[in-house]
Design a protein around this ligand. Structure first.
Ligand code: RI2
Length: 324
């Protein structure tokens, strides 16, 4: 079934190249590719089936290192492979059901976050968003559907210009929007009432890993006493950070920042291109999850209650839940 294996590698390639991007979308695309693979892969016995799925999971996990939604999603569905099943057919059914459950829960979570987050946007607010987060956008779009009259600011998001996707969505919804370059965020901050961003990962101490530039925006917001709200599903919280593990920040090709012909003429210049940065909990007012809105200091409770990881109980094995 060579072409099915290509589906996993195609998805992996698209994630690497950011043709599929956004922490939630990456997770759903990976699970969906894995589901398709498991549905069709040939296996004579259960160990063979498990290792075929495991191999495909490894390919997807190796694509981008930062968004914890990817390992959380994959490990959640892989947990169903440890359930005793009598046959390959039964294991396939259980695995497929786990994948469908994840995808549905992930989509529902975005809607729920939109509904909760929208309540924090008031009439007359000016709301700034950075990058293209479906969860952050869900809050703005739901507020607009609720009839709240507010204005939006959207940043460009160099080097990949995800801001273009955001202004398209805001424009199509009919939300009055200003488009600014990333470096204008502090200049405009005095006009902004609320910053709303998504997250790729949230650590146990409530620090938020998100698109490069988020921490500068949060710092400017902090300086001008503008609130910062993060919209993130519970599976973007990073369980392993309770063990002191760091989140790896992806550094992408310099050619995304400086065109090859210019770089070639300047061989002494090294281009650095981190895709994400870390905003400390102190610069964040609220994290909206599908389970409710929490201050960042309560991140541990999400990791414990919704991902199943507890401080003190870790012995080296995956305790289950959604944890990587
Ligand atoms: P949603 C994105 O990463 C952005 O950093 C965005 O804020 C975050 O994922 C969350 O996106 P990238 O894939 O899951 O553009 O809320 O590097 O859509």
């Amino acid at each position: 079934m060579m072409w099915r294996a290509m589906t996993v590698s195609d998805t992996a390639e698209k994630i690497k190249k950011m043709e599929i991007r956004g922490a939630g979308r990456i997770a759903r695309a990976a699970v969906s590719a894995l589901q398709d693979h498991a549905d069709h892969v040939h296996a004579d016995d259960l160990p063979g089936f498990r290792s075929a799925v495991q191999l495909a999971a490894g390919v997807l996990l190796a694509t981008r290192p930062t968004a914890v939604s990817l390992p959380n999603a994959i490990h959640m569905v892989m947990n169903s492979l440890s359930i005793d099943s009598g046959s390959v057919a039964e294991a396939r059914t259980l695995f497929s059901a786990a994948c469908t459950r994840f995808i549905t829960a992930s989509e529902n979570a975005v809607d729920r976050i939109g509904a909760i987050g929208a309540r924090h946007i008031r009439d007359g607010d000016v709301v700034l968003t950075h990058c293209n987060s479906e969860t952050a956008l869900a809050c703005l779009l739901q507020a607009h559907r609720n009839g709240t009259r507010f204005e939006a600011f959207a940043t460009e998001v160099r080097p990949r210009n995800q801001g273009h996707l955001t202004i398209r969505a805001l424009h199509d919804a009919g939300i009055p929007t200003s488009f600014i370059v990333d470096s204008a965020a502090r200049y405009f901050m005095k006009e902004i009432d609320l910053v709303v961003v998504g997250a790729d990962a949230i650590t146990v101490n409530g620090a938020v890993v998100n698109k490069i530039g988020t921490s500068q925006i949060a710092l400017a917001a902090h300086e001008s006493r503008t609130s910062v709200m993060v919209a993130a599903e519970t599976y973007k919280f990073a369980p392993r950070t309770i063990l002191g593990e760091f989140i790896e920040i992806e550094e992408r090709e310099g050619s995304e920042v400086l065109p090859g012909e210019i770089a070639a003429a300047l061989p002494g210049i090294r281009v650095r291109n981190p895709a994400f940065d870390v905003t400390p909990a102190g610069y964040i007012d609220l994290i909206v999850t599908e389970e409710g809105a929490i201050p960042p200091q309560m991140a541990y409770l999400i990791i414990r209650d919704f991902l199943g990881w507890e401080i003190g109980e870790f012995s080296g094995a995956d305790p289950g839940g959604w944890g990587p």
